[in-house]
Ligand binder design. Structure first.
Ligand SMILES: NC(=O)c1ccc[n+]([C@@H]2O[C@H](COP(=O)([O-])OP(=O)(O)OC[C@H]3O[C@@H](n4cnc5c(N)ncnc54)[C@H](OP(=O)(O)O)[C@@H]3O)[C@@H](O)[C@H]2O)c1
Length: 284
């Protein structure tokens, strides 16, 4: 595995094994510079979302980097207020316009159940998914998927459309990696993406990770990202700091032993840093 390595999604589309996260990268110069720097360092996969409010800057960073659009795997996500068939189609157009691109490589439903849809989430989620399928069939997205979904959300989509999402992007880091969700998705041939792959720094104090950092002469961030890669998962490390952007991509010159992978797997459950997908508490 190296910096150019890819996973293959169930529809044959190739996705670079590390994606560059952009949540909390403020719209404007900061996000633009971060995306440009990442692409200049060799990242070829960028993850954003309508809710991050920085799609314009992500698109600007892509342009400024000079890397051809066709060489970059670009993901965005549909926000909660836009659930529903017509709403999804309209939101997708706005996302493309903000990023100044003609297509997306991956479009995800950000959360399965917006607060306003608690009582009718099944109809609402299905309408959203049917719009994603249309956009995919129209050739405007190369792959479609979900985020923060548990098995019962995915089962509902598959039972009613027979279209299995190609990706589930979930919270995944040492201490919280949702094995039951991962096993379910793998069974269906779905790729797992790891959001907050370093738990936003909350795992940096763990003694085991400190010990492995010294053993492999790598930072704890690099240990996390490498562990995710060896688990077959697609980490999306975020940084706006050039040295860290480089560090997080420099994880291909060492291998964590099977024994040490098992030790990280067995770390006690830390709990989620994010919201419970069945009880999302944000109003849109
Ligand atoms: N689908 C979803 O619901 C969802 C939810 C959350 C996140 N995501 C995606 O996943 C991406 C990653 O998740 P995240 O941003 O929550 O967390 P993360 O990547 O685990 O951590 C990001 C934080 O760690 C710092 N950091 C980055 N590299 C570091 C290093 N090498 N050493 C020390 N600190 C480092 C960053 O600081 P600086 O930036 O200041 O350098 C930032 O504060 C997001 O950006 C987003 O694209 C998706």
């Amino acid at each position: 595995m190296d910096q150019n390595s890819t996973y293959t999604l169930s529809n044959g589309v190739k996705i670079p094994v590390i994606g560059f996260g952009t949540w909390q990268s403020p719209n404007g110069e900061v996000a633009t510079s971060a995306v440009k720097a990442a692409l200049e360092m060799g990242y070829r996969h960028i993850d954003t979302a309508s809710a991050y409010g920085n799609e314009e800057s992500v698109g600007a960073g892509l342009l400024a980097s000079g890397v051809p659009r066709g060489e970059v795997f670009l993901t965005s996500k549909l926000w909660n207020k836009d659930h529903g068939y017509d709403e999804t189609l309209a939101a997708f157009d706005l996302t493309l316009a903000r990023m100044k691109v003609k297509y997306l490589d991956l479009y995800l439903i950000h959360w399965p159940i917006p607060m306003e849809r608690r009582t009718d989430w099944k109809d609402s989620l299905l309408g959203t998914w049917n719009a994603m399928i249309k956009l995919y069939k129209d050739g405007r997205i190369r792959a479609i998927g979900v985020s923060n979904c548990r098995p019962h959300h995915i089962e509902h989509l598959v039972r009613n459309t027979s279209v299995v999402p190609m990706v589930n992007q979930i919270e995944y880091h040492p201490g919280f990696w949702q094995k039951y969700v991962v096993d379910f998705c793998k069974e269906l041939g779905m790729q797992i993406q790891a959001w907050s792959p370093m738990a936003q720094g909350r795992v940096f104090h763990l003694p085991l990770l400190k010990e492995l950092s010294e053993k492999y002469n790598k930072s704890i961030a690099q240990i996390c990202i490498r562990w995710e890669l060896q688990k077959g998962v697609n980490p999306l490390p975020k940084s706006v700091t050039p040295a860290r952007i480089a560090e997080n991509f420099n994880v291909f010159d060492f291998t964590i032993s099977d024994d040490d992978i098992a030790k990280i797997d067995a770390l006690p459950e830390s709990g989620a840093t994010g919201y419970d997908p069945d009880h999302f508490i944000y109003a849109s």
